[in-house]
Design a protein around this ligand. Structure first.
Ligand code: NCD
Length: 334
């Protein structure tokens, strides 16, 4: 396992399976009366959140606490970031306080990669711009494997604002590694230009792919990342790309409905679908804690003295991922 978790694309099959299997062990722990282990006692995990978050942030905090780590929550609002402090200076401050792991969410793609070059501890990407959100993909894979018993050969349909979705990107790469087949469904304006190079099929006809889907994952339309109109109206979007009860009835009996949250009920997903027994939305949140425990455990339970910051030379990234991220970070002015 690498020292950092920045991109799902960097995970080997062995790494991914090790995380899912470890998460499975932690999930059984959660059922005990005192769901806490002393594993990371004396270690410090910093949650560095530059973007709004409800479940991801709480989930990382719960995961670190269940492993007995000390947790420092840092939110850009109310910090010196609001006074114009750069990511680098914030990183050096965290470094000086001896953070063993920094969990970062940032609006710019490439920020976690940059951070990994400045701190000694492990960096975990909790969502960077439109780039990646690897722990979300891991908890999604974990949820699919728990509900359906396997990942290899699973047919997963991801629907909605693919263009702005780091969840979709991380899922596409991780599911490829795990042997699942991904189909993306979106209006042409909400698909990235580079989608041709992704290991996924594309369809514009949502209803036609449903009978052949084991999993349908709905995504939120990310208005906050849009500067233009990408579709005529919310009603029109909902009619063509929303999952309502009629569409859900086209799924095979065993199929599940997923959503990373936050949901816009009545837009991409109807309320009765979100609350139906096929929906794994609440389970995904529960599973997120076990998966993040596994990630923190596997990254931190090794040597006590982490190496010098080294991403610029060897780092925790595969060479291709590293090149891509350096470019993205440079573009974001980090
Ligand atoms: C997603 C995110 O922040 O990328 N949510 C999450 O982490 N659970 C998806 C979204 O914001 O729509």
């Amino acid at each position: 396992m690498n020292r950092h978790l920045i991109s799902a694309a960097d995970l080997s099959l062995d790494d991914a399976v090790a995380i899912l299997d470890t998460a499975e062990e932690f999930a059984t722990l959660a059922e005990r009366p005192i769901p806490k282990l002393p594993t990371l006692r004396g270690r410090t995990v910093v949650n560095l959140f530059y973007e709004d978050s409800t479940r991801t942030r709480i989930s990382f905090e719960a995961a670190a606490k269940r492993l007995s780590a000390d947790v420092i929550n840092f939110s850009a609002k109310g910090s010196s970031v609001a006074k114009g402090e750069s990511l680098k200076d914030t990183a050096l401050t965290l470094q000086a306080m001896g953070a063993d792991a920094v969990v970062i969410r940032h609006g710019s793609s490439g920020a976690p990669h940059r951070l990994a070059g400045w701190v000694r501890g492990s960096v975990v990407n909790a969502g960077d711009g439109t780039h990646e959100h690897p722990t979300q993909a891991l908890l999604d894979a974990f949820t699919m494997r728990r509900r359906l018993g396997r990942l290899d050969g699973l047919r997963v349909t991801i629907v909605g604002d693919i263009l702005h979705s780091r969840v979709a990107r991380s899922n596409v790469w991780l599911l490829r590694t795990l042997g699942a087949q991904v189909t993306l469904v979106a209006p042409p304006t909400l698909l990235p230009v580079a989608v041709d190079g992704w290991p996924a099929a594309v369809s514009y006809d949502f209803s036609s792919v449903l009978p052949d889907s084991d999993v349908v994952m709905m995504l939120r339309v990310q208005h906050e990342r849009m500067s233009d109109a990408y579709f005529p109206s919310v009603r029109e979007y909902s009619r063509r790309y929303g999952l309502d009860g009629d569409r859900m009835a086209l799924l095979p009996d065993h199929a599940i409905v997923m959503h990373p949250g936050p949901m816009n009920r009545g837009v991409e997903i109807a309320a009765d679908v979100a609350d139906s027994p096929r929906s794994t939305i609440v389970e995904q949140v529960t599973n997120g804690v076990s998966v993040r425990m596994a990630v923190l455990y596997l990254l931190l339970s090794g040597s006590r003295e982490p190496a010098e910051p080294a991403v610029a030379t060897t780092g925790g990234l595969a060479p291709a991922g590293e090149r891509a991220m350096s470019a993205a970070a440079a573009e974001a002015g980090l």
